[in-house]
Design a protein around this ligand. Structure first.
Ligand code: ADP
Length: 483
């Protein structure tokens, strides 16, 4: 294969910041292209044309018309927006509707989710096949189950044989399981509907298709890459991953330091050193109608789901409150958790906002003393990284990316090098979390030690430099990409 100095990569994603976001995938998809540019990688991003943003885009160019795209006509639009080179799949019959990206107004998956994201993956394959005369990718890098059929379509497409594929797992809990009756609707070959293909207990598994057919598989932290090989975390796909072990690696997510930086964050009172957090804490307490207090103000910014372990926090909360601590939570999700936290907010030192608010998230992370992430599993996690950057010490469960990014307070790390940047607890139970909250309160009561941890946390590298270099190296080591 011809080798080019610039590696051309098509990123295939169902969400991408700043245009459309429900979680960490969007942040990663939005930040990677810029971070990779310095490594000779030219990335374009293929994204569904959801109604929430498509009208905002200016100067879109029509690149292709697709008369029959999984049940209706579609267009492929090209646009440069927020520093990203975007290809937008404008397919109104699939995306133009009121509701969430994945869920309808009734809170259930859209019934045609398989077609909605098969279409995205199919169009990625068409681009790999040369749909755009002037741009063909060397690599298609797809994300999660929504993009995971692309490696399968590409592997089965003679015209795209030279294109390599990478699948990144951001969360294995979502696998894109589809009844076998939809095989032909999804343009899949029944010959691949086997145990060695994308069949999973009698269903089509979009994620498994990617795991089988992609040249390389990555996930978003080294610890999660190891955990995925176990029944506890692999969610039924551990055997498939074990077989692909040689091609599986973990590359930590970074955060966008232009967006998450206490020195230049427009949503806060900027600061360079931990002491600068004090006025932000006062603002936050006022905003949440919490009394002024000496105890640690802890925040949570999270989806409210079983994964995030916030039911454990409800159990452990008295330990924090008894020691003069406070909790401010911003989140949305499971109605039962929303109701339980709303009830907890009857306590004067607990405040809760149900909803999604990007700017409030910035003010909370700037103003708090600590950020709590008690997840049962966490592929990487981003909010603990924001916490480090802002000197807001993370208290995290010892799992996945949380284990890889926080240096836990122990007698050794409190005394010497490396210096602790937060607290970790294990096992992920309410009693271990209670103990950790008690330790947090005890540490917060030692201002010199706390400051030292804060300074160390703020100096901890959390940007994309290291990870972008790792992705670039992965791309360049794919067969046919480098000499
Ligand atoms: P996940 O992708 O599992 O939701 P991550 O920690 O990887 O978890 O990423 C979550 C992202 O979504 C972070 O950028 C976080 O700040 C943001 N986020 C989550 N819930 C909210 C919310 N209610 N309001 C604002 N931002 C939120």
């Amino acid at each position: 294969m011809e080798c080019r100095a610039v590696t051309r990569v098509l990123s295939v994603t169902s969400e991408c910041a700043p245009l459309v976001k429900t979680g960490g995938l969007a942040d990663v998809a939005g930040a990677l292209p810029g971070a990779l540019a310095q490594h000779g990688v030219k990335m374009r991003t293929l994204l569904p044309g959801y109604p929430g943003f498509i009208w905002k885009l200016r100067d879109t160019r029509l690149r292709a018309e697709l008369p029959e795209c999984f049940g209706g006509p579609a267009r492929l639009l090209e646009v440069r927006h927020a520093g990203l080179d975007l290809l937008i799949l404008d397919a109104p019959h699939l995306y133009d509707r009121e509701g969430g990206l994945y869920l309808g107004p009734d809170g259930r998956d859209w019934p045609d989710n398989p077609e909605r994201f098969a279409a995205l993956s199919w169009v990625a394959c068409e681009i790999a096949n040369g749909l755009l005369a002037d741009w063909q990718p060397d690599i298609v890098h797809c994300h999660d189950w929504q993009g995971a059929l692309a490696p399968c379509y590409i592997a089965r497409s003679p015209a795209a044989q030279q294109v390599r594929t990478v699948l990144t797992i951001h969360n294995i809990a979502f696998q894109g399981l589809v009844p076998a009756t939809r095989l032909s609707a999804l343009r899949l070959d029944s010959a691949d509907f086997t145990q060695h293909g994308f069949e999973y207990w009698g269903k089509i598994s979009a994620l498994k298709a990617g795991l089988i057919f992609a040249d390389r598989i990555t996930t978003v932290s080294p610890t999660y890459a190891e955990e995925l090989l176990t029944p506890e975390f692999g969610m039924g796909l551990e055997g498939v991953l074990m077989e692909r072990r040689a091609d599986l690696s973990g590359i930590l997510n970074g955060i966008d330091l232009d967006v998450w930086s206490p020195e230049k964050d427009p949503h806060i009172i900027p600061y360079h050193a931990p002491v600068g957090k004090l006025p932000n804490k006062a603002v936050l307490q006022a905003e949440f109608r919490l009394p002024e207090s000496e105890g640690p103000l802890c925040v949570v910014v999270s989806r409210l789901t079983e994964q995030k372990g916030l039911d454990l926090l409800l159990e452990a909360l008295p330990v924090l409150l008894e020691r003069g601590g406070q909790l401010a939570l911003l989140g949305t999700g499971d109605p039962e958790l929303e109701a339980a936290f709303t009830r907890a907010a009857e306590h004067p030192n607990v405040a809760v906002r149900i909803g999604y608010d990007e700017w409030l998230a910035h003010r909370m992370i700037a103003g708090a003393d600590a950020i709590l992430v008690p997840s049962r599993f966490e592929p990487c996690g981003l909010t603990q990284l924001y916490g480090l950057r802002y000197g807001t010490l993370p208290l995290v469960a010892l799992t996945g990316g949380l284990a890889d990014t926080v240096i836990p307070a122990t007698p050794a790390t409190l005394a010497g090098t490396p210096v602790a940047t937060g607290l970790q607890f294990h096992p992920v139970t309410d009693s271990a979390l209670s103990n950790a909250l008690a330790r947090l309160c005890a540490l917060r009561a030692q201002p010199d030690l706390w400051r030292r941890m804060q300074r160390n946390a703020m100096a901890h590298p959390v940007g994309w430099d290291h990870s972008a270099a790792a992705y670039a190296a992965l791309y360049k080591n794919l067969p046919g990409i480098t000499p």
